[in-house]
Design a binder for this molecule. Structure first.
Ligand code: SF4
Length: 398
């Protein structure tokens, strides 16, 4: 990627912006993804879009060498999923997925998997709460309420996943995509419906945004938050996109995250009506998905742009590149093509056939998996230590 010129926070002329855009889009030497592809993730995204590729083989034949690796295969799979929105377990791209994507569940430390149904905006009916409780009880799963306002169920063996999900899908749940590089949750406070301070319906907006962007494959996980007034109880500014109610509408903040390197989201635009909020978010998310590097979250992505947040404003709010309608059309295609990956898996014997611990003995559980009991719930019995984080996760000491 090109970082040659610095203009501080001043946004240059439209011509300069367009030149910079094309420079970034691949006219100069840029970050090669891995030994198999000389192109950056952004360039690969563009060639997939231009050529209409549908499989990894087509992409590697046209622009790479070899058979792919743990870096380029999931990256190409994510790019194909962002553009085509096909099932991640579709036959032609199945072998490309990370382990978590491959079983539509996150593998945990004793080889079992977690089950995370989507609970949009954190709002759930008593009936659905009871279903989650019954499923957890019947399968002996460990339950925990997460920071994203949903309920994780831990300890499912791989061959149990389809039956567990069948019950959840029958009760109206769908995949929460906790396993994917995609939208996780849009957290909300109770807002104007219940809170005396609330000036807008934060729950309704959070649900609408979560349903709009669910299933959206992206360079890294995406989180959102909506608060019903400036008191910010939903911690929206610690999310990739944060929406905070004002007397007149919504302030939109972008580029926040928690994690090892916390960042507060910064104001992109203020006092937006519902429609403009969604339009700017559509553009922002698609601009990010198109141009970010592999595993780059929104905060470092904004910083990496020439002009930083001002560049994002120029593209998303002022539409200086004239890309706005194209980005919105990309998002409209995503919304129109959304389907629940777990329901589609349950409906397809071929996709279901992979959920066995032993290929030669389907239905036989892995005997190495064992549990003990702690605080009235199961936990893994093996005492293996934590996965070592490595040098790229800094420990902040002050
Ligand atoms: S952010 Fe405002 S509306 Fe939401 S719960 Fe807190 S005080 Fe109430």
């Amino acid at each position: 990627m090109h970082h040659g010129t610095t203009r501080g926070s001043c946004v240059g002329s439209v011509k300069t912006i367009i030149e910079d855009y094309f420079t970034q889009a691949g006219k100069t030497v840029s970050k090669a993804l891995c030994e198999h592809f000389p192109l950056s993730r952004q360039e690969l995204f563009d060639v997939v879009a231009v050529h209409g590729y549908r499989t990894f083989d087509q992409v590697v034949e046209g622009h790479g060498t070899g058979r792919g690796c743990d870096v380029c295969k999931p990256t190409v799979a994510s790019i194909l999923a962002s553009q085509l929105n096909t099932h991640v377990l579709a036959v032609e791209n199945r072998g490309l997925q990370d382990t978590n994507d491959a079983y539509l569940a996150n593998i945990q430390k004793n080889g079992t998997y977690s089950v995370v149904p989507r609970i949009p905006g954190g709002e759930i009916t008593p009936e659905k709460l009871i279903v989650i409780g019954e499923v957890a009880r019947d399968y002996g799963l460990y339950t925990k309420i997460t920071g994203g306002q949903r309920i994780d169920l831990f300890g499912a063996r791989m061959e149990q996943l389809p039956a567990i999900w069948q019950r959840l899908v029958d009760a109206g749940f769908e995949s929460g995509h906790a396993y994917g590089k995609s939208l996780r949750t849009v957290k909300s406070c109770v807002g104007s419906a219940w809170c005396r301070y609330g000036v807008q319906d934060s729950v309704g907006t959070a649900i609408a945004l979560e349903l709009r962007y669910r299933g959206l494959r992206s360079p890294h996980k995406l989180k959102g938050g909506v608060s019903g007034c400036a008191r910010e109880c939903a911690e929206a500014r610690s999310k990739d996109f944060g929406v905070i109610a004002t007397e007149k509408g919504w302030n939109l903040y972008v580029g926040g995250n928690g994690g090892a390197t916390p960042a507060h989201a910064r104001l992109l635009a203020g006092d937006l009506d519902d429609e403009t909020l969604v339009r700017y978010l559509d553009r922002f998310l698609m601009y990010y998905i198109r141009t970010a590097d592999r595993l780059q979250r929104t905060a470092p992505w904004v910083d990496s742009l020439d002009g930083g947040l001002d560049r994002v404003k120029a593209v998303v709010v002022d539409d200086e590149l004239g890309l706005g309608s194209e980005l919105e059309a990309d998002m409209a295609r995503h919304v129109a093509s959304y389907f629940d990956e777990w329901k589609a898996t349950l409906d397809d014997p071929d996709k279901l056939s992979r959920f066995v611990s032993f290929v030669n003995a389907p239905g036989v559980p892995d005997p190495h998996i064992s549990f003990e009991t702690d605080r009235d719930q199961i936990r893994p019995a093996d005492s293996t230590g934590p996965v070592v984080l490595g040098t790229d996760i800094p420990v902040v000491t002050r």
